[in-house]
Design a protein around this ligand. Structure first.
Ligand SMILES: Cc1ncc(COP(=O)(O)O)c(C=O)c1O
Length: 412
């Protein structure tokens, strides 16, 4: 089962949950776009922190505190390397992608968006990259504009140019759609945006876990992503921001750790990155995230991507043989990630997902926190199967066979 540098059989042994039986069947986990499973290396790193060196960080002189601080800050260095940030001050620990985007909308947005300004988004955004901007637009009487998508799931090129030529203040755009799987040409878009003086925030929730992402190469101004979608624990997200931008932004939250000095009537903020990390951090889970990054680095992000391209093209071929099964998004795997959204005739996605679950297969059904995209596709909901490093073609075959049975039973 050795696959372009990935030894799936060995990898699967690291994930205790994959031994689980669901309804008497071996678990097939195809809900990776929602959250990934965790290898024992991550689980053990968290357990080791609590068992051996649990202490608060940054303001402790004792041994445990020093060890915990070192472990926590080492993870920042790992993230810096993982996304190739230029400076370690540019990597902030937050709770998740959602909080990272809210931080920018709040701290950058409230200082830089005024009445009549335009905030540019796309029709394929997750609610996390819509709602913070809606809140900001409402507060500032600013306008929201959305780049549309073509019927085959790409952003409309002419609208990208036209809307950027009109000088919005910021473009907040997903790197990879969590529904269509589309990989947007972020580097080219950023270059065009910058020519027009537009700041670009990239939602990397579905790209950073699945392919090499290099912030200096993309030249994006902000990048947001979540640990839990890339083998790490929940409760940890990353906001990358260019140093000059972060330096000029006011804090998002106030409290301990984010200050240098506090007096009764004024305070001085801490240096970056701690200016944006108020209160006791999620130390254990950041340390767990470090183990997840080590794990992915050992495999190599090029190999992660190659494995997913292989699985996705296999699944697209097999699924397209099923009559009346509609797949959303680009068909060419060079432009899509390992996320396949589909509907079978008019069978409700919750029925499909329930039947698959009875066979031990976990997929997602619903609007996937992308209701504007559902409206654009003219569907209330879709099914979504999404893959990761531990998935196999055999698992895809099992799912496809159940999908064929569903089609027979519903006489579609
Ligand atoms: C594209 C995209 N953006 C943002 C998010 C939000 O991530 P989180 O819930 O970790 O904040 C998700 C989660 O599914 C996503 O797929």
């Amino acid at each position: 089962m050795k696959l372009k540098g990935i030894n799936v059989e060995a990898i699967r042994k690291d994930f205790p949950i994959l031994k689980r039986k669901i309804n008497g069947k071996s678990l097939i986990y195809f809900d990776n776009a929602a959250t990934s499973q965790k290898p024992r290396q991550v689980i053990n790193a968290i357990s080791k922190y609590y068992s051996l060196y649990n202490a608060n960080i940054h303001r402790t002189i004792h041994k445990l505190g020093v060890e915990a601080t070192e472990a926590y800050e080492n993870v920042r260095d790992k993230v810096v390397k993982f996304i190739n940030a230029k400076h370690r001050e540019e990597v902030l620990f937050v709770r998740n992608t959602t909080e990272a985007i809210n931080l920018v909308a709040y701290s950058w947005g409230r200082a830089n968006i005024s009445k009549g300004d335009t905030i540019l988004l796309t029709e394929m955004e997750h609610h996390s990259n819509i709602i913070p901007w809606q809140l900001l637009a409402k507060e500032k009487s600013a306008n929201l504009k959305y780049i549309g998508i073509t019927d085959d799931g790409f952003l409309k090129d002419d609208e990208i140019k036209e809307y950027l030529d009109n000088h919005p203040k910021i473009l907040a755009i997903t790197h990879v759609s969590n529904v269509l799987g589309t990989i947007n040409p972020i580097k080219e878009i950023v270059r065009y945006a910058h020519k027009n003086g537009v700041i670009v925030l990239v939602d990397g929730a579905q790209s950073v876990p699945h392919m090499p992402v290099n912030v200096q190469d993309l030249d994006c101004d902000f990048l947001a992503f979540s640990s839990h979608k890339m083998l790490g624990p929940t409760g940890v997200g990353i906001l990358y921001g260019k140093r000059e931008l972060l330096e000029n932004m006011e804090p998002f939250q106030g409290g301990g750790d984010m200050i240098k000095e506090v007096h009764l009537n004024y305070a001085k903020w801490n240096d970056l990155p701690w200016k944006f990390e108020a209160g006791t951090a999620n130390i254990a889970d950041v340390i767990g995230f470090g183990a997840a990054i080590d794990y992915l680095n050992k495999i190599g992000m090029e190999n992660v991507r190659a494995h997913e391209v292989d699985l996705t093209s296999y699944a697209l071929n097999k699924m397209s043989e099923i009559e009346n099964l509609k797949i959303y998004g680009p068909i060419d795997v060079n432009y899509r990630c390992g996320v396949i959204s589909f509907n079978i005739g008019n069978i409700h996605p919750h029925d499909v997902a329930t039947i698959l679950d009875s066979e031990g297969i976990a997929i997602r059904s619903g609007h996937h926190c992308a209701q504007p995209l559902m409206e654009r596709l003219n569907v209330p909901a879709v099914n979504r199967a999404s893959f990761y490093i531990y998935n196999t073609k055999e698992e895809i075959d099992i799912m496809v066979n159940v999908l064929k049975e569903i089609k027979e039973v519903f006489k579609i």
